[in-house]
Design a protein around this ligand. Structure first.
Ligand SMILES: Cc1ncc(COP(=O)(O)O)c(C=O)c1O
Length: 464
């Protein structure tokens, strides 16, 4: 399709087939010697989607990411309304005590750590934060990282060597997979949450290799599906085959469970996993992440052998002071109340969705994945939802299975029942309207897109 075709179809408001089909996966391995020019195809596809308002990514907030906010699409269009797209599960990012702590740190210290933690980048704020986290996780040794992603990458890359093996849940986060790729070619995947699958792989590895290390990698809450492994079962299998267990707790640490210890706490496994990874960006109001391990020796090793710690600038004093204050709140009675409010919101949302025929996937957590189905349908639904003044993220293949596009709704403790009601109302309306439009494309053959019946909700929404 050339530019004139694109402009013409945008005028008529007909979405061309190419904007409703295809995925990022199509552009992952561009071919040809022109390293720069060969990525143009991606931009053309992306821009086609942008022009037809079906590119719901790279939005920016024009006001603080609170329960209501103003955002802009990356084409500059304004969306204003109820916000379920921010990761601020306990609503701490604009908390007065946290703002005060950040301002005080700036007054006292300036804004920059000015070095890698391996040299002079630690500050009194980052050292205090290490102690605070260590207390929270029963005295483990803690190493800080500039982001959650770099902590996940570092834990695998820092510990695993080329002859070792990494066995991971097939849905493990990109930081864990990239860390494994940087460390070894011996990477094995097992089915999502499948403990028998893990055991079979470990058995096969140990049958041929009794010498080298095995790191088993999972998450305490998988963000695209909102589900959780049986961590005790994973531990048992690891022990059987002399493997170590790493759990990335990015999405539940601090915000789930009465004590805020997430599923590690709920399953009584905090002291029983070898490596814990946490991110600050979901609950603790800042960039940053940590690794918590059981021995000082292992922490010291990571400080000098995990690339994103040794060769990257340390957390800023503002970030460290922010996160430390967030931990104080998380541990306090206020933190408990915020977690309770968050869970009430989650349960209320899931039950209201079920009542109207929307399908909330997985288990209750701050992420409520809502099934849509075919990618084209989902892109139209996302456009409709934004136009109604509700903000929620769309996730599609390859982040989730093909034909399994979904809204990833992110709940905060400050949301009210009215906010939830609004979202559910708009989401249902947007899906119904998208369903009609998507059908019309199929019937008029504008877009050779998959049948709407690929999505389960179309059946229920028509009946509701
Ligand atoms: C499991 C997991 N680990 C790590 C990260 C990266 O954390 P951050 O965004 O804080 O860098 C994420 C982010 O979504 C995640 O889901």
């Amino acid at each position: 399709m050339n530019r004139d075709d694109i402009a013409g179809s945008a005028e008529k408001n007909v979405i061309p087939e190419a904007a409703l089909t295809g995925s990022l996966r199509d552009y992952r391995l561009p071919a040809g010697s022109d390293l720069i020019g060969r990525v143009d195809g991606f931009y053309e596809w992306q821009d086609l989607r942008r022009q037809h308002n079906v590119w719901p990514y790279a939005r920016s907030t024009a006001s603080a990411p609170k329960t209501h906010c103003t955002a802009k699409t990356d084409a500059g269009a304004e969306i204003s309304g109820v916000n379920f797209a921010s990761q601020d599960y306990l609503s701490l990012s604009s908390h007065p005590a946290i703002k005060e702590a950040a301002i005080a740190a700036i007054r006292d210290y300036g804004v920059h750590s000015a070095g890698s933690a391996a040299l002079l980048g630690n500050t009194k704020h980052s050292l205090a934060l290490e102690d605070t986290i260590s207390d929270f996780v029963n005295g483990r040794s803690v190493v800080l990282y500039p982001s959650g992603w770099s902590a996940g990458f570092a834990a695998v890359q820092g510990l695993v060597r080329p002859n070792d093996h990494v066995v991971m849940d097939v849905l493990a986060h990109s930081c864990l997979q990239e860390g494994a790729r940087a460390a070894t070619q011996n990477i094995h995947f097992h089915g999502h949450l499948n403990v028998e699958g893990l055991a079979r792989r470990l058995q096969r590895i140990r049958a041929n290799d009794a010498e080298n290390g095995i790191l088993v990698v999972t998450e305490s809450l998988f963000s695209m599906h909102s589900d959780t492994p049986d961590i005790a079962a994973l531990r048992n299998v690891c022990d059987q085959y002399d493997a170590k267990l790493l759990v990335d707790c990015a999405h539940d640490f601090g915000c789930i469970g009465d004590d805020g210890l997430g599923h590690l706490g709920l399953q009584n496994m905090l002291d029983k996993v070898d490596v814990i990874i946490g991110s600050f960006s979901k609950t603790f109001a800042s960039n940053g992440g940590f690794i918590a391990v059981k021995t000082r020796a292992m922490a010291e090793y990571l400080k000098y052998f995990s690339a994103t710690q040794t060769f990257s600038n340390a957390l800023s004093p503002v970030q460290a002071a922010t996160v430390r204050t967030a931990f104080e709140i998380v541990k306090s009675q206020e933190g408990k109340l915020r977690r309770r409010r968050l869970m009430e919101n989650i349960l209320y949302m899931r039950s209201e969705m079920t009542k109207v025929g929307l399908e909330a996937l997985g288990d209750p957590s701050a992420i409520v994945p809502v099934r849509v189905g075919a990618e084209g349908l989902a892109r139209i639904a996302a456009r409709e939802l934004a136009s109604m003044g509700a903000i929620a993220n769309l996730v599609e293949y390859p982040a989730v299975p093909q034909g399994g596009a979904r809204f990833r709704v992110q709940v905060m403790s400050d949301h009210t029942k009215e906010d939830v009601d609004q979202l559910v109302h708009h989401m249902l309306k947007s899906m119904r309207s998208a369903d009609l439009e998507f059908r019309s494309y199929r019937e008029n053959d504008h877009a050779a897109a998959p049948a709407p019946s690929a999505s389960k909700w179309t059946v229920t929404s028509n009946a509701a």
